[in-house]
Every structure is written in structure tokens, then in C-alpha cells.
Design a protein around this ligand. Structure first.
Ligand code: NAD
Length: 297
């Protein structure tokens, strides 16, 4: 049995960050300031704190300004909206990212709606999801855009391919389906109510799994030669007692004998998200400065 290829998301993301860093140098030379990314962290969720720290480091590494706003878990809705309003008005800020999830007493939709769509580098504002849906230039959610970059790098033109996206969240599944449709794929969105998921997945040339269920997609579901993008990040008990490990939504080892290519977890989609966030911040900075979109990104 021939084995499929493991797609190296870590290497791709490093290349993308390198390209962003080069264009940041040009931006600084022409504008006399660095692009700025503001990250708002409410509360002290350990996973979110780690993620925000790593975003900050990578933002600085590509030559951008990183602004962090840490607020206590009991911040009121009005105080948070006032902070977003300040950031909207702050000319040094090109991108605003509010780390999700927010504590339960805060209205996530209202907070996202308060972000200036031109600074919405997460691409979650309805103006940006609407623009994506109707095919206008938009800031697009980072994880699905990263998945699309990996797919185009592996497959080239995606036109006419059969794509199945498993999961219909606003963060991953829905924007992923919109991006694949824009590439002229025939797109199916599968979800928790889908009947006979195995046979739906078996039609696909491209499978994107964004569910949050460890190794749910089995090797025998995969059409021979398909390309599989595994977005899931699930922590499961490790071999050693007390240790855990990360697995995706796809049974990777089983699938390797069936696929053309597949993203591993970790080291596949994960590293792409922050790299695309930096790319989106650069795109937002260009748009706000009235410059054409940065080429090749
Ligand atoms: P979500 O919980 O918002 O959505 C999960 C989706 O899966 C839902 O639409 C649901 O209908 C579907 N689903 C649930 N059970 C199913 C089943 N049995 N069969 C088919 N579909 C089913 O999750 P999300 O925010 O879209 O994230 C999905 C996964 O991707 C999670 O593991 C998350 O940690 C991961 N994720 C990774 C990154 C990254 O940077 N790599 C970014 C975002 C999310």
C-alpha cells in the first residue's frame, strides 16, 4: 500500500510569516509606522493565555506592534465595549482580536459586532462573513483561510472538486465551505445531524474535519487519493499515566494508506492560524492606509 503525504503546516506557516515580515518592512518604509495588532484577553483561562502570549511573540517577530489588553473576568459588557470603541478609534491599531470564549455574562455576538469591520482580523463580524458569502474582498477567518492555503499548495486548482466540510461553526465550518465554493468546488457541509457521514465523506476529493471529536473520521471512509485537512484539536490521555497528548478529528495513521495528503495534529493546521492572523493584520493595515492588497499573500 502506498502511503500518502503528511502536509507540513509548521514549515508552510514559517514561510508565510517570513513573507509577511518582508512586506511589513515595506509598509514601515512607506508609512513610517508599524502595523499594530491589539489582542483583548478577558479572564485568565490558561489555554487562552498561552495562545495570546504566542500571538504576541509572533506579532513582534514579523516586525509589527503587539498591544495586549488584559482585563479581569468580571469586566462588564459596557466596559468591554468601551475598550473596543477606543481601539476602533486608535490609529495605531490595524487589527483587533478579542480572544474567545468570553466569560458567560458577556454577549460574544455584541462584542464582535462592536469591532470596526476594517479592523476585524478574525473575520467574525457579519459584514466580513457577508462579504465572503457574496464574493467581495473580506477579512476571512484565520483557520479556514489557512486550510485553503494548504489545500491550494497541495492541489493547485480546486475547481470542480468534491469537497466535504464536517462541522458548521461560524469560526471554521461555514467560512471554510464559503471559501471552497469560491474556488468552484462542489461543497457539502456535514454536521451532527448528517445521516451516514461515512458515505458522505467517501464522495470527497477534499475532506475538512472541524468537529472536536478525537479520531472520529476513519480510514475506510476516505476515497482513495483524497486530501484530508484535520482542524480538530483534542486532548486525550497519553500512553504514560498522567500525561496527555493531542489528536485531531481524523484517525491519521489509518488514513495515511488511503489519502494523497493529510495534515497531522499537531503540526498541520494549528500553526497556520497565527500566521494567517498576521497576514490578515497586514492586509487590514494596507486597506486602512489606502494601499493595494499585499501581493502573493
Ligand atoms: P464547534 O463545537 O463550534 O463546532 C463543531 C461542529 O461539529 C458543529 O457544527 C457540529 O454540528 C459538528 N459535529 C458535532 N458532532 C458531530 C458528529 N458526530 N458528526 C458530524 N458533525 C458533528 O467547534 P469549532 O470551533 O468549529 O472547532 C472544531 C474543532 O477544531 C475543535 O477541535 C477545535 O479545537 C478545533 N479548532 C482548531 C483551530 C486551529 O487553529 N487548528 C481553530 C479553531 C478550532
Amino acid at each position: 500500500m502506498t502511503m500518502g503525504k503528511l502536509i507540513d503546516g509548521t514549515a508552510f506557516a514559517a514561510r508565510l510569516r517570513g513573507q509577511v515580515a518582508e512586506k511589513v518592512t515595506d509598509f514601515v518604509a512607506s508609512q513610517g509606522r508599524k502595523p499594530g495588532l491589539a489582542v483583548v484577553l478577558v479572564g485568565e483561562d490558561p489555554a487562552s493565555s498561552v495562545y495570546v502570549r504566542s500571538k504576541g511573540k509572533m506579532t513582534v517577530a514579523v516586525g509589527m506592534e503587539s498591544l495586549e489588553y488584559k482585563r479581569p473576568a468580571d469586566i462588564s459588557q459596557d466596559e468591554l465595549l468601551a475598550l473596543i470603541d477606543d481601539l476602533n478609534k486608535n490609529d495605531a491599531v490595524d487589527g483587533i482580536l478579542v480572544q474567545l470564549p468570553l466569560p458567560k455574562h458577556l454577549d460574544e455576538n455584541a462584542v464582535i459586532a462592536a469591532i470596526d469591520p476594517a479592523k476585524d482580523v478574525d473575520g467574525f463580524h457579519v459584514v466580513n462573513s457577508g462579504r465572503l458569502a457574496v464574493g467581495l474582498p473580506a477579512l476571512v477567518p484565520c483557520t479556514p483561510l489557512g486550510c485553503l492555503m494548504l489545500l491550494k499548495d497541495e492541489l493547485g486548482d480546486l475547481s470542480g472538486m468534491e469537497a466535504v466540510v464536517i462541522g458548521r461553526s461560524n469560526i471554521v465550518g461555514k467560512p471554510m465551505a464559503a471559501l471552497l465554493l469560491a474556488e468552484s468546488c462542489t461543497v457539502t457541509i456535514a454536521h451532527s445531524r448528517t445521516r451516514d457521514l461515512a458515505s458522505v465523506v467517501h464522495r470527497a476529493d477534499i475532506v475538512v474535519a472541524a468537529v472536536g471529536r478525537p479520531e472520529m473520521v476513519k480510514g475506510e471512509w476516505i476515497k482513495p487519493g483524497a486530501t484530508v485537512i484535520d482542524v480538530g484539536i483534542n486532548r486525550v490521555p497519553g500512553d504514560e499515566e498522567g500525561k496527555s497528548r493531542l489528536v485531531g478529528d481524523v484517525a491519521t495513521a489509518e488514513c495515511l494508506g488511503h489519502v494523497r495528503a493529510i495534515t497531522p495534529v499537531p503540526g498541520g493546521v494549528g500553526p497556520m492560524t497565527i500566521a494567517v492572523l498576521l497576514r490578515n493584520t497586514l492586509v487590514a493595515a494596507h486597506m486602512r492606509a489606502g494601499l493595494p492588497a499585499p501581493e502573493g499573500l
